[in-house]
Design a protein. Structure first.
Length: 230
């Protein structure tokens, strides 16, 4: 697993060259955002040891298997760490794949594994977890969330965007890396979310697949235009 420290408070963890998780450094230790594929726990724990800081909380952007794959193993290894996910996507992790009547009735795509770990916290948009503000970002999944670091405006956007093969929304397949868009639930909702995240004017864009992008505004604008066919 590759580890890159982008800022004093943001560390990128990448497995297989394509699947990311992040450490966010807080005063009390590390917040881990997403857990990558199954069997990533040993590398994640080793990366934390290398930083000399404990993992005190685990936040999940959404319920797909390449983001929650090592939750159970990490929760077992870190019994004092809080696991948090949106209330909406927590239902998928418990095995309930139903859609609500008011939601777009698009087909769920991608893998939604059932996990044993029960979240200790349900995330609500507008809430804060340490320095991270929870931002609603539905579309890729119904309860997808992003996280905005209020200290430096780093946006951890999960799979609302992808940057592998260029900055793209996951509403439109990027031929250079099609998988995130192929796993998207409702593309019109992703486009709306992409615009709302762009309006936050992030200083850098950190996503589930691809490198961290500095000053991403123009690239986000272009990605939205492509998704809308402009």
């Amino acid at each position: 697993m590759k580890t890159v420290r982008h800022t004093p408070t943001l560390v990128l963890l990448t497995r297989l060259g394509a699947v990311n998780a992040f450490f966010v450094v807080e005063d009390d230790g590390l917040t881990l955002v997403d857990t990558m594929l199954p069997k990533s726990q040993d590398a994640i724990l080793a990366a934390a040891r290398d930083l000399g800081l404990p993992i005190v909380r685990i936040l999940l952007t959404h319920a797909h298997g390449d983001h929650v794959g090592s939750v159970d193993a990490l929760a077992a290894a870190l019994p004092n760490a809080t696991v948090a996910v949106s209330g909406r996507d927590s239902r998928f992790l418990a095995g309930d794949k139903s859609l609500d009547p008011g939601e777009p009735q698009s087909k769920l795509r991608g893998g939604y594994p059932k996990i044993e770990t029960r979240p200790g916290q349900l995330l609500n948009p507008g809430g804060r977890v340490g320095s991270l503000e929870v931002v609603a970002a539905p579309g890729h999944t119904p309860g997808h969330v992003a996280f905005l670091d209020t200290r430096d405006r780093t946006l951890i956007a999960g799979d609302a965007y992808s940057t592998l093969g260029g900055v793209s929304t996951t509403a439109k397949v990027n031929p250079r890396f099609p998988l995130p868009a192929m796993a998207t639930w409702d593309k019109p909702t992703v486009i709306r979310t992409a615009k709302e995240l762009r309006a936050l004017d992030p200083a850098r864009l950190a996503v589930g697949h691809g490198p961290v992008v500095e000053n991403p505004g123009p690239a986000m604008d272009a990605a939205i235009a492509r998704a809308e066919g402009r």
